[in-house]
Write a protein that binds this ligand. Sequence first.
Ligand code: ZN
Ligand code: ZN
Length: 122
Amino acid sequence: MFFIGIFGTDAKVVPVGQISGIPCAACGHLANFSVCRQYSYVHAFFIPLVKYGASYLATCPNCASVYELNPELGKQMLRGEPVHPAPADLHLLKNNCVPRCASCGAPRQPGDQFCSRCGAKL
Ligand SMILES: [Zn+2]
Ligand SMILES: [Zn+2]
């Protein structure tokens, strides 16, 4: 095969917009999630040939947790239509929420035995 080494795969992330009105499942904030469309594609001679695996990722601006958005809503956003997402439309992929002290809510560092603010045992 002469073409081995010419074909390759790559991934691309394109911002789509924002959704609001749903609380973040990780941090509980009613956040304006930034939505990006991510897809992989096969290219040859650096020309994209086949797109596959498109997904819509929503990021919480408060805790940076990453969600996968219902692709139907993502397509609506791409078309510029208003979307009204429900919590079920967001599927948590990666929880980046910082662990917090149960008694005072202060962020805690990994490995901390006691809260640095209130001294509660963690
Ligand atoms: Zn969050
Ligand atoms: Zn505390």
